[in-house]
Ligand binder design. Structure first.
Ligand code: NAD
Ligand code: GLY
Length: 359
């Protein structure tokens, strides 16, 4: 087992990465204060892994909340089910919420923990590749609004993150590709050597070679932990973690939550960000071609949806969380491995980039 640390002073926490961690009760229990626990999961993950967790938590007073699966349910009504269960079973301030599932479950459980009795502990047990390399780390929690992705939420850090790489074995291929999008993102924004390593190993990563996928998870979490430690609440550098997300969130919202997976929208969105960087002359056309080909090799879309026009993009990008004083800020690349957040992009270049959208 590997252990990384997210260094945030008195809110620091470990990320454990390894095989068979579900069976390790000591790890989990060492991060819990009281005897009450509420496991939040979805109806896809529950039949696969809830039993393991219940066995590990024998002796605790366990409440189970099994939510409907999917991005379409990342909303107030579903969140309310967590509060209903906590109140119904009289959970007090020493309770611990456990998020068992992908990023949807992690984001909602974290937000519930941030709000319940003004804040209780929570632990992330991410079971998708995307949640293991991104959403479980860094404390962004929240839900969607029909007008915009992740628009309601809080920064709220977990007590620990437990990544059991065995859980990836049941993940559908499409979800593996979605997770690879965020892994590729770390190469684009911070680590050109890692990007080259991903290029060489993509088929084995897609096949979940256990040593390589564990290495990819570790490198991704290390980069994320470093960026979050430098800028927990996204006053500056953390925004680079959103490479492709301004375009991607617009795609997700436009297509209806869940129709394009988050990672798929990020894949196409990153290619759009690279395209704009190339139009600005910041990266070469060879770098754009190389970046596009890495994204494609992960089984991800490299073009926005056909039914989305420039007007759709502009309307939806205007509600992005990086918009400040009405001004759009985008994450662009100055080189492969070097991202920057900027308002300094040429209007014509952006129009050209959005014209990638065939509608
Ligand atoms: P998800 O949570 O919808 O999970 C994807 C699917 O996989 C679901 O159907 C789920 O039931 C299923 N699943 C989960 N684990 C499984 C397993 N081990 N075996 C089989 N099926 C399994 O999607 P996701 O890609 O994990 O997360 C996407 C969400 O994360 C989005 O809402 C996105 O906004 C959010 N996100 C948040 C952050 C953050 O920093 N908080 C970062 C990136 C993404
Ligand atoms: N996924 C973007 C962030 O955590 O900041």
């Amino acid at each position: 087992m590997q252990c990384l640390n997210v260094d945030l002073g008195d809110r620091s926490y470990p990320i454990y990465i390894g095989s068979g961690l579900f069976d390790s009760s000591d790890l989990l229990v060492s991060h819990m204060k009281g005897r009450q626990v509420c496991i939040v999961t979805d109806d896809t993950v529950a039949p696969l892994y809830l039993g393991n967790l219940e066995r590990v938590l024998q002796g605790f007073k366990v409440t189970k909340v099994i939510l409907p699966t999917g991005e379409a349910f990342k909303n107030w009504a579903t969140l309310q089910q967590i509060f209903d269960a906590l109140l119904n079973d009289r959970h007090d301030r020493r309770t611990t919420l456990i998020a068992l599932g992908g990023g949807v479950i992690g984001d909602m459980t974290g937000f519930a923990a941030a709000c319940y009795q003004r804040g209780v502990d929570f632990i992330q047990i991410p079971t998708t590749l995307l949640s293991q390399v991104d959403s479980s780390v860094g404390g962004k929690t929240g839900i969607n609004h029909p007008a915009g992705k992740n628009m309601i939420g809080a920064f709220y850090q977990p007590q620990a993150v437990l990544i059991d790489t065995d859980s990836l074995k049941t993940l559908p291929e499409r979800e593996i590709s979605a997770g690879l999008a965020e892994i590729i993102k770390y190469g684009f924004i911070r680590d050109a050597q890692f990007l080259a390593w991903l290029e060489s190993n993509m088929p084995a990563l897609r096949a979940l070679d256990s040593q390589l996928i564990t290495e990819a998870i570790q490198r991704s979490c290390a980069i994320k932990a470093e960026v979050v430690a430098a800028d927990e609440r996204e006053g500056g550098v953390r925004a680079i973690l959103n490479l492709g997300h301004t375009f991607g969130h617009a795609i997700e919202t436009h297509q209806g939550y869940g129709n394009w997976l988050h990672g798929e929208a990020v894949g196409a969105g990153m290619v759009m960000a690279l395209d704009l960087s190339a139009r600005m002359g910041w990266i070469s056309s060879e770098d754009l071609a190389r970046g596009t080909s890495v994204v494609a090799s992960a089984g991800l879309p490299v073009m926005p949806p056909e039914n989305m026009s420039q007007t759709d993009f502009r309307r939806l990008m205007a509600v992005d969380k990086k918009v400040l004083d009405g001004q759009l800020r985008l994450v662009l690349l100055r080189a492969l491995g070097d991202a920057t957040v900027t308002t300094d992009f040429d209007a014509d270049a952006l129009s050209g980039c959005l014209a990638m959208s065939p509608a």
